[in-house]
Design a protein around this ligand. Structure first.
Ligand code: HSE
Length: 444
């Protein structure tokens, strides 16, 4: 930090893509506002990117650009490093090198934090440096700050998150325009929401990375991402979205994070789920994200906003830079630790032991005794049927009839066994569609 006049915090930016361009543009555009609010300026000093020629439409000073990220993290004129390279390869190496060179780091890299959080936190701690990652979850929504600071006096009972804008856009269009999955994905790509390879989004991986980060902060042990049940939206059918709507539900790709008392297990799972239309998260449409948290002191808390995109994500990167700048100005690094182990839980609840309600749609032959046999399978497995719908069809139709069951709370393992047995009946005409129905998520 140059403290000769008004202090200036000098930023070394790694990765000059969409978010990097936003950071440069908004640090210039909001320079005076930020300086007035913080009492110090935040200015770009160096930028590393493989492409140092392209005009991004923001002002770049001669001498900023290099292709070598390590040159930036070792530069004595850089006070703080912003890592926007992404991925878990070079990004990790340059962050560790930044800590070794005595520099704090801001990152938006959810995959890296999710997979290598403990190693990076240990390196930051050993170096006595700050490590902030607000932009890794929920784009511009300050959900990390909420959990780590605003709700610090709460035992977190649950966090229900809509954490992927691309998936929420696709599901919104399937519900509102009756599109099937492929049509809605094509529309999301055409509008620039979906990545060229959208699999991280639609297979739920991006949401899982974010869920691991939130769950770990909420419950004080670093969640092993390989143990998190993750199911995306790729195989969702328009008919199930329509049926859910008819029954009074919206389908959302949900991160479910919740725990009972300390000592017990924590649930962390990512999958499409039916939410009652009157739940506050059911009204989160399009590319928006939201996290609905319940704490034992505060009660319900909602964080809502733009979960992706240049400007929203830049807003969070600048917020982290502001925190680090103030910590540097007042010589109190690690005022808010990146992650602190703080509670004892017995690990993650296996998905087989999760209990919730279920929607099961079947196509079956329209013959005497079919319904009774299915009901017997459910009964033998102690699955209680809450309601059942059968639309009348032409008797003996080759396509069969559609049966829809809504169950009371049941164990996932029992539902899986019931579906296996029902699908093996000769009168069942195809695979079942199963959706979890989250009705316990209204908070306390
Ligand atoms: N691709 C993500 C989304 C944003 O669609 O929400 C980055 O995590």
């Amino acid at each position: 930090m140059d403290g000769s006049k008004k202090p200036v915090v000098r930023v070394g930016l790694l990765g000059f893509g969409t978010i990097g361009t936003g950071v440069v543009g908004h640090l210039i555009g909001q320079r005076q506002l930020i300086a007035d609010r913080l009492g110090c300026s935040i200015e770009i000093a160096r930028i590393a990117d493989l492409d140092i020629e392209r005009d991004r439409g923001v002002k770049v000073e001669p001498g900023w650009m290099t292709r070598d990220a390590f040159e930036v993290v070792r530069d004595p004129n850089v006070d703080v490093v912003v890592e926007l390279i992404g991925g878990t390869g070079i990004a990790k190496a340059v962050i560790l090198e930044a800590f070794r060179n005595g520099k704090p780091v801001v990152t938006a890299n959810k995959a890296l934090i999710c997979e290598h959080g403990p190693e990076l936190f240990e390196a930051a701690r050993a170096a006595g440096q700050d490590f902030y990652f607000e932009a890794s979850v929920g784009g511009g929504i300050p959900i990390i700050k909420d959990l780590r600071e605003g709700l610090v006096g709460n035992q977190i009972q649950s966090v229900y998150g809509i954490l992927n804008g691309t998936c929420n856009y696709i599901l919104t269009r399937m519900a509102e325009a009756g599109l099937d999955f492929d049509q809605a994905l094509a529309e999301a790509s055409q509008k620039g929401y979906a990545e060229a390879d959208p699999s991280l989004d639609i297979d739920g991986i991006d949401t899982m990375h974010k869920a691991v980060i939130l769950a770990s902060l909420a419950y004080g042990f670093w969640v092993d991402y390989q143990e998190v049940y993750t199911e995306g939206i790729r195989s969702l059918q328009a008919i199930d979205i329509a049926c859910a709507q008819e029954l009074g539900y919206e389908v959302k790709l949900l991160a479910v994070i919740r725990a009972g008392s300390t000592g017990g297990p924590v649930e962390v799972r990512v999958h499409p789920a039916m939410l009652p239309k009157d739940h506050i998260l059911a009204s989160v449409r399009g590319v928006y994200n939201a996290a609905f948290t319940t704490g034992d002191v505060v009660g319900q808390h909602l964080a809502f906003g733009r979960g992706a995109g240049m400007d929203a994500t830049t807003s969070s990167v600048i917020a982290d830079l502001a925190d680090i700048s103030l910590n540097m100005l007042h010589q109190c690094p690690r005022r808010v630790a990146d992650f602190r182990k703080h509670a004892n839980y017995s690990g993650l609840l296996p998905i087989e032991d999760v209990e919730t309600r279920y929607y099961i749609r079947l196509s079956v032959a329209d013959q005497p005794g079919v319904l009774a046999r299915i009901a017997a399978i459910f009964g033998d497995l102690r699955i209680s049927i809450a309601s059942m719908i059968q639309h009348e069809s032409e008797h003996g139709s080759a396509e069969g009839v559609t049966l829809i069951f809504l169950t009371h709370r049941a164990r996932e393992a029992s539902i899986r066994e019931a579906v296996r047995q029902v699908e093996s009946l000769p009168t069942t005409l195809g695979p079942a569609s199963v959706l979890r129905v989250e009705e316990d998520c209204q908070g306390g």
